[in-house]
Design a binder for this molecule. Structure first.
Ligand SMILES: [Zn+2]
Length: 279
């Protein structure tokens, strides 16, 4: 057996732009894959990441990673978003702290019986802005470089202007991202599905404005961001964009058309990587 020393790569960190030893940075946090693998154990029976565009199910540990960020920027992502978001999503023992916290919190308003929470009105310990920061960091990663195999998003998918604004927001140079709203759809079902999807991007007409819409499913949560356009300030997405704080929305996947479509995608998906090799 040959044991190789870990390769050291020195280069410019894509976020802070300083020359540094670059870490093996993940597009989608490794901890998320781990939680999905654990929840789906034995994981050979369950796709870990479903790519609804390529129709494939991928069990990934090492894919979607490259030398991109320095260690302090990796730490910034962890502390400002990832650690909090991932520890509050569905665990393999069924615990789902974000859902339970929202259920015991007074809602801001309701729509067709569903609860809606404005992030700015939630108790500070729920750290609403961590969810905004987290999704912004995923989208910036999607845009700043190529991630071969991730077909839902392409390098440059934010456009040069927003990519640079996102970078400076993530660095803490400013604390607002005008014209960027984030919705956090929280699955209130008692037994939410555990899966990940590759983030996707589409240009849509929303509230009569042309905007870019980005979506990403992770266990228990679906993130949706609208970027660009002039979202009306009195509407939910306008409030999110004005405050750079997400809106949390009660959602139910069970029995919905979306759930049925996702289940079909999972069933149709062609296993790749380790899944394809598993007996
Ligand atoms: Zn850096």
């Amino acid at each position: 057996m040959v044991i190789r020393a870990p390769r050291t790569v020195v280069g410019m960190c894509a976020l802070c732009r300083s020359d540094a030893e670059l870490q093996n940075s993940h597009f989608v946090p490794a901890a998320l894959f781990k939680s999905v693998i654990q929840a789906c154990s034995p994981y050979a029976e369950a796709p870990v990441m479903v790519d609804v565009i390529e129709n494939s199910a991928v069990q990934i540990n090492a894919q979607f990673s490259k030398h991109l960020l320095c260690s302090s920027c990796e730490g910034r992502f962890s502390q400002n978003g990832e650690d909090h978001v991932i520890s509050n999503t569905v665990r393999n023992n069924g615990e789902f702290r974000l859902r339970d916290a929202l259920k015991s919190t007074e809602r801001s308003l309701s729509n067709n019986g569903r609860s809606i929470f404005l992030g700015g009105e939630l108790p500070p310990e729920l750290r609403a802005t961590a969810y905004y920061y987290f999704f912004v960091s995923i989208l910036w990663r999607a845009s700043v470089t190529d991630w071969p195999g991730a077909t839902g998003v392409k390098k440059g998918c934010l456009g040069a202007k927003y990519q640079e604004m996102f970078r400076r927001y993530l660095l803490g140079e400013f604390n607002r991202l005008p014209k960027v709203s984030v919705r956090v759809h929280v699955n209130f079902d008692t037994d939410p599905d555990i899966f990940l999807t590759v983030p996707t991007h589409a240009k849509v007409i929303f509230e009569n404005f042309k905007v870019n819409r980005y979506s990403f499913y992770m266990p228990g949560i679906c993130f949706v961001a609208h970027v660009g356009g002039n979202l009306p300030t009195h509407k939910l997405d306008g409030i999110s964009a004005q405050t750079s704080c997400p809106i949390f929305i009660e959602s139910h996947l069970k029995g919905t058309e979306l759930r049925r479509r996702l289940a079909e995608d999972v069933a149709r998906a062609i296993p790749k990587g380790k899944l394809a090799r598993a007996d």
